[in-house]
Design a protein around this ligand. Structure first.
Ligand code: CMC
Length: 392
């Protein structure tokens, strides 16, 4: 089999050719299907950008209406699925519930496990995008012991999610335009990000010809960890820890630099961005605007700004090219919306679904596609022999 090149953590290995998302890490450029993220953030919505990511083009009015109709039709989950929520122990993390339930869609919609046409793909994509949002809200309701709220057919994607999350048995919930706008922006900025850990996991699973639900459920699991999507929760926990301890920001940064207890500055650093993360710039501005508009303050936002200022002027971070990433400010926005902390990574999963779906499709459309099967460099013992148990 010859010589194997080791590339630790795939830092410089192109695992596939893709037409979906472009990143230039040195210049801080991110484009979905060629369109700059800044332009989409200003002019588009989550659903329109999701369509762009999944189908490769901005939808016409007719295409948009059809896709919106499919999202609407598929917003409900099967009544049978509802029973599963009751069976999870109350302490179950919503990410575990989300990945299990996304996988389980295949049990209730078995016909979608085999996709033979563009139309069937569009239906499965809409199903996943719509149902993951209902599943996410239901997992939260189950965790607080409240009845699941049904989707409404007169609400748009983001508003419908907020309705299912925050409607109480005794009180309807009406999101303000600022909150709906912020959620749309949050989801849009997460829609895809090239071969990150969860997306390459989806591709890996898809390369074995696993169905779309199984593949995307694997993406949810890969996203859960604090080095990836779990960072948005970890950022808030870090800020709370600073707030609640005697430590000031400088002291915390000193500990990070000395690698004490292996702590990292959560929400900082990125494998690809070595200059800045364009999503973080957009979110910092959006967070400021949202707080102004809602006339809110949050001491954690002040700590976050101070932490960013201290780190950005410190040699340790400058030399290593560590900048705030998407997770650094996104948590502030989610907090202001009233999203509970253990749901933060689930919000990321809802946002990333278009990217996972698009990558699943790209693999399946490639007639020459091979199963993903990396090699390893074996460093274990050789020339060993079996030994009698009493002689070991
Ligand atoms: N705080 C302190 N030091 C850091 C950090 C950080 N956040 N990130 C990297 N470093 C140091 C690291 O210790 C190493 O230093 P040294 O050369 O002295 O050993 C150097 O910078 C290079 O880091 P690396 O570990 O080789 O970088 P990586 O590309 O393997 O890891 C990362 C990228 C995002 C996992 C990492 O920066 C990290 O753990 N950041 C904190 C978690 C986080 O915010 N994750 C979200 C990433 S963006 C959205 C997403 O993917 O979900």
């Amino acid at each position: 089999t010859g010589y194997i090149t080791l590339d630790d953590g795939y830092g410089n290995t192109g695992s596939c050719k893709s037409k979906i998302t472009y990143i230039d890490g040195d210049a801080g450029v991110l484009r979905y299907r060629g369109i700059p993220i800044e332009e989409l953030a200003e002019k588009s919505t989550f659903i329109e950008s999701a369509y762009l990511v999944i189908f490769g083009k901005l939808p016409t009015v007719e295409e948009r209406d059809r896709f919106a109709g499919l999202l609407m039709e598929n917003a409900m989950i099967d009544e049978g699925m509802k029973k599963h929520f009751e069976a999870f122990p109350p302490s179950t993390h919503p990410m575990a519930i989300t990945s299990a339930m996304v996988n389980l869609i295949s049990g209730y919609e078995p016909e979608d496990m085999i996709i033979n046409s563009e139309q069937e793909f569009e239906e499965a994509a809409a199903k996943l995008m719509s149902k993951v949002r209902t599943i996410a809200a239901a997992s939260y309701k189950a965790s607080i012991g409240e009845p699941i709220v049904y989707p409404r057919y007169d609400l748009r994607y983001a508003e419908n999610f907020l309705h299912m999350m925050f409607t109480k048995p005794y009180k309807a919930y009406e999101p303000t335009p600022a909150v709906s706008r912020a959620l749309n922006l949050f989801l849009l900025l997460h829609a895809d990000h090239e071969q990150n850990c969860s997306t390459s996991t989806v591709r890996m699973v898809a390369s074995s010809q696993a169905n779309i639900f199984a593949s995307c459920s694997a993406g949810v699991n890969a996203l859960w960890g604090p080095r990836h999507g779990g960072a948005n929760q970890a950022v808030i926990e870090m800020l709370e820890q600073i707030r609640d301890s005697d430590m000031d920001v400088k002291e915390y940064v000193r500990k990070v630099k000395n690698k004490e207890d292996g702590i990292k500055l959560m929400g900082f650093g990125h494998r690809v961005y070595r200059n800045f993360d364009p999503r973080s710039k957009i979110l910092r501005k959006a967070a400021d605007e949202m707080f102004d508009e809602l006339e809110m303050t949050d001491p954690l936002l002040d700590i976050a700004q101070e932490l960013a200022d201290v780190a950005l002027s410190d040699d340790y971070f400058v030399e290593r090219k560590l900048y705030p990433n998407v997770d650094f400010y996104s948590g502030m926005i989610l907090r202001a919306m009233g999203i509970p902390l253990n749901m933060f990574t689930v919000m990321f999963a809802i946002g990333r679904m278009p990217g996972w779906i698009a990558n699943w499709k790209e693999i399946n459309d490639d007639p020459k596609g091979r199963i993903y099967r990396p090699r390893q460099v074996y460093v274990g013992p050789t020339d060993q022999h079996w030994v009698l148990r009493e002689e070991r």
